[in-house]
Each structure stands twice: as C-alpha cells, then as structure tokens.
Design a protein around this ligand. Structure first.
Ligand code: ME8
Length: 522
C-alpha cells in the first residue's frame, strides 16, 4: 500500500525502457535528460511528479547477444542494466523508480494485463508463418520485404535481414481496434505529439490493421503466458506494461488511481507505432485508460552521421559529461536540438553554445551585476528608486516568462522555452550596455542601484526558470543571490517574489566558465 499523497496534482512521466544488450549511448542520454527536464519543470511548477525509466530485458535479441558473448542472459541483462542506472546517476536524472522488466512485480503486472485482454476475447491461438526480424522482434508480411544484393530477404522499411518462421503463437485482435484508435486520434488530438507524428500514425491505422502475434515458443527468455508456459509473451507486450507496473498495477489501487493514466510517455521516433497503436489497443482491450500523451523526440547524430560501432563515432555519454560538464551538455542538447526533430552534436557545437549562451549571455551578465553590487553597494542588494519605462519593460518581460515558458513546456517545445529565457537575457545585456551603470556610479548612485537591482532581478527570475535544464549551476547562482536554499523557496511560485533590498550577498564567483575550442580532430 502506498503512502498518503499530498494536495498537488499528479504528473506521471516515463522514458522508453532501453534494451540492455549493450552499453547506453548518447541517444539514450538525450532521452533521459530531456525527460528529466520536463519532469523537473513540472515538479518546480507544483506538481507531484512521478518519473520512471528502466530496462527492457526480455526477448530473443537479448538471448542471442548473451549466447554470442558466452554469458547467461540474466548476467548480460544485469551488467548492462546497471550501466543504464549508472548513466541516470551521472546525468542527474531525478527518477522515482528505475524499473527492470525482470523485476518480480513486473511479471505479475504482465500476467494480469494478458489475462484481461484474454478475458476481453482479444487473444486466440493460431499458426504464424512469416518473415521475422530478430533485431526489432517484429514480423513482416511478404509485401513488406525485398531481396537485397546478397540474396537475403530483408524488411523494406529498415533493411534488417529476416528469417522465415513458422510457429503456433497467440494473436491479439488488433484488427478489431481500427475504429476505436481512429476515434482516439480524432477526439484527442493531443494524444500524439508532435502533430506530424499523429498524421503518420493516423494514416497507418486508416490503412488497416492486421492481428498481432504476441507470443513465441522458439526461445524462453520472457514472461511465460498464463496457462501456456511453453509460450513467452512477445517482448513488446511485457515492455509496454512496465508503465503500469511502476504505478502499482494491479494490486496498489490507491497508487494506480493517483498516477494512471500516465501524463506523458517520452519516446524516440522509431517506436511510435508500438506506443501509439499497440499500447492503446492493449489498454482498451484490458479495460484500462490510455495515457494522456505520447511525445516522440527525434534522433541524435554525431556530426550528422548515424552513430555506429563500425563508423567508430559512438561517444560514451560519460566522456561527454567529463569533457564539457553536465550542465553544458544538458543545455546543449535541449537548446540546440528542436525537441521532436533530429539533431546533431559535435564538440565544437557544444563549446560554442557554452561560450555564447552560457558564458557570455548569462554568466557574464550575472557576474557583472553581482560584482558591481559588490563594488558600489558593499555587497548588499540596492534599494531601487522610481522605475523608468526601460526598467518596467524589462521587469515585465521577466515576469511574463513563467506563463510563456509553461505553455511551451506543456507542448514539449523545450528549445523554444529556453529561447524565451535567453531572449530576455539578451534584452538585459542590451539594457546594461545602454544604462552603463559603471559610469552612472560616478554621478548618480541611486540610479546605479536601480539599474543593478533590475538586472539582478531578471537574473533571479531566469535562473529560477532555468533550474530544470541546469540544476547544478542554477543552484549555485541562486545561492549567490541569497535565494533561500529550501527547495520550497525555489519553486516557480518564487518568481513572483522580489529580491529584498539590504540583503547581504556573498562574494560572487563565475558560474559559467568559457571553454576552449577542442583541437580540430577531437
Ligand atoms: O527501443 N537518438 O530500446 P532502445 C535519440 N526497448 N534517441 C535514440 C537514439 C538516437 N540515436 N537511439 C535510440 C527500445 N534512441 C525498446 C523500448 S519502451 C516500452 C521499449 C531512443 O534501447 C529510442 O528511440 O533501442 C528509444 O526511445 C530509446 O532510445 C531506447 O531505445
């Protein structure tokens, strides 16, 4: 049974659960960081956030990889699952649960959803004969395949080599869900984001759906089918169910009631069909509410090239963090890439973002403001005198940020949210250059104080709102502004406060250092 819950609204957000058949790569890191930013944003905005990630450990691919490496499948899963968990720690993601599909409660949940779909009359046994893609664990019909130059039968959509498979499997009556799925997409346009993805999914479903093979007898690394233990569940049936397991399905009714349906599933664009077609159909069949929204981010490429072991451009996310610092990496991914579209990264691009946006536009503004307060006001927050039109315009722009950024983040337009913050920082830099407080200080100390107060106040507001993106550096900067360190005092409600004149500030230290451009071949 779960603890009692507070008054705030629940927000349940998940990432995809990764296959632990190898080490995590930058694509995984990108997904974890972006979901963490969204989770932190909601949490700072007063929601009771539950955030889940984990590993998807079953399936034939896992079993085959383990055989190749000469280790047990359980060992392979454990070793790599631990690496995914360690990556979460290194990235500072604030998880409520790291789930493994080999966890005992997950077996229980998978059996239960299966039984409910069966009770709903949607599961039947039949013989399957078709082309099987081991890598994606998916079947293809003849017309979805082609023969490649080496004479292999390959899947037309992804080029993976297929094997002819005939076996008795259980089927899910997906074909019966076409109308209900189309009705879902039409009545709840926010169910799939970005919009372009909804159109793709809708067109796919409108084209007709085949029943789906949902069990396997050719290997045994999976959740046994209730009442038919010679079958294991198709890996996607159990994988998708992780989202329910994590909120207490089926036993903890109180927790389930609170956090289900999930508010937001964050996934990559290659697994949209599983989340936007199969998953809602399974849930409808089992009589469970569908999630509120699925958002698909794009793929990340190394200098525009697909990351692959043979190209030798697979970068270990830990190395990236060690080289550039966690917050610079977090900022880069979210500011540089339009969330929902593909993006590219390189050492040069990370350093130039760091230097232009963090060191110059943000860090330098904070440092100049705080050091002038140190120099001219004995390190205490000055008392503002009457505001000019410029002062008011700037403060108004900063005050307008919260509703603007909230709206953008609620649509997962993270890059635009960050852009909005930086646009006010740019205004503030123009303002300080025009006001020239370093000159004013010689003639009009009162006006100098007002200008520095306005600048410090903008920095405070932007810093509060930038916390989800860069939790570490913003915390340091809020300390320098003497914002109470109690997390409650750093919630977004604090945007409406003002710096208190007369507060003694500590000696400022630069928070966002410049970085050197890496050597050309780095
Ligand atoms: O798909 N850029 O696991 P996975 C951005 N187990 N994102 C990427 C990426 C890249 N280069 N490469 C992969 C699975 N991803 C399933 C999910 S969920 C019930 C089961 C994303 O380890 C990918 O799109 O192959 C997915 O969202 C996540 O990383 C895990 O991929």
């Amino acid at each position: 049974p779960s603890e009692s819950f507070g008054a705030s609204s629940p927000f349940y957000i998940t990432t995809a659960i990764a296959y632990p058949n190898g080490a995590p790569h930058i694509g995984h890191a990108y997904e974890f960081i972006s979901a963490d930013v969204l989770a932190r944003f909601k949490s700072l905005d007063g929601f009771d956030v539950r955030f889940q990630s984990g590993t998807d450990e079953h399936g034939q691919k896992m079993q085959q990889t383990a055989e190749k490496q000469g280790v047990s499948t359980a060992e392979l899963a454990k070793t790599n699952s631990d690496r995914f968990e360690a990556l979460h720690t290194a990235l500072g993601t604030d998880l409520s649960r790291f789930i493994r599909t080999t966890d005992a409660d997950h077996h229980r949940a998978s059996e239960e959803i299966w039984k409910r779909m069966e009770a709903g009359g949607d599961i039947y046994l039949d013989t399957y004969a078709g082309w099987y893609d081991v890598r994606d664990e998916a079947f293809f019909t003849e017309d979805e395949t082609t023969v490649d130059d080496d004479g292999n039968r390959v899947a037309t959509e992804n080029g993976h080599v297929l094997t002819w498979t005939e076996e008795q499997t259980y089927f899910f009556r997906l074909s019966q869900y076409q109308d209900r799925l189309l009705a879902l997409y039409d009545s709840r346009p926010e169910f799939i984001g970005p919009d372009v993805r909804r159109n793709e999914v809708r067109a796919f479903v409108a084209g007709g759906l085949n029943d789906l093979s949902i069990s396997r007898t050719t290997f045994d690394w999976g959740v046994p089918v209730p009442g038919a233990p010679e079958h294991v569940m198709y890996v996607w049936v159990d994988a998708l169910t992780n989202y329910l397991t994590g909120v207490g399905f089926p036993d903890d009714e109180q927790m389930l009631e609170r956090y289900w349906p999930a508010s937001l599933h964050i996934i990559g664009k290659d697994i949209i069909r599983f989340h936007c077609v199969y998953w809602p159909a399974f849930l409808m069949s089992a009589g469970i509410e569908v999630p509120e929204r699925v958002f698909a981010h794009g793929f990340l490429f190394n200098r525009g090239e697909k990351m692959s072991k043979s190209v030798g451009n697979v970068v270990d996310p830990h190395e990236l963090v060690a080289q550039f610092g966690l917050d610079a990496v977090r900022f880069f991914f979210l500011r540089e890439v339009s969330y929902g579209q593909d993006g590219s990264y390189s050492a040069e691009a990370i350093v130039s973002r760091n230097n232009a946006d963090l060191a110059n536009e943000y860090g330098n503004l904070a440092q100049r403001t705080l050091s002038m307060i140190g120099k001219y006001f004995e390190s205490t927050v000055p008392t503002p005198a009457a505001y000019t039109a410029e002062d008011t315009a700037l403060l108004d722009a900063a005050d307008a940020l919260l509703p603007k950024v909230r709206d953008l983040f609620d649509r997962q337009a993270i890059h635009q949210g960050i852009e909005a913050l930086w646009s006010v920082l740019a205004d503030t830099n123009r303002y300080i250059s025009a006001q020239e407080p370093w000159k004013l200080a010689k003639t009009d100390l009162e006006r100098t104080g007002t200008v520095l107060y306005v600048c410090a106040e903008v920095v405070r507001i932007v810093t509060l709102l930038a916390q989800p993106v860069m939790p570490g550096s913003t915390s340091t900067l809020l300390d320098l502004l003497c914002v109470d360190a109690d997390p409650q005092a750093r919630q977004f409600t604090a945007v409406a406060d003002r710096l208190v004149p007369g507060t003694a500030l500590p000696k400022p230290t630069p928070v966002f250092p410049r970085q050197d451009m890496p050597a050309a071949d780095a």
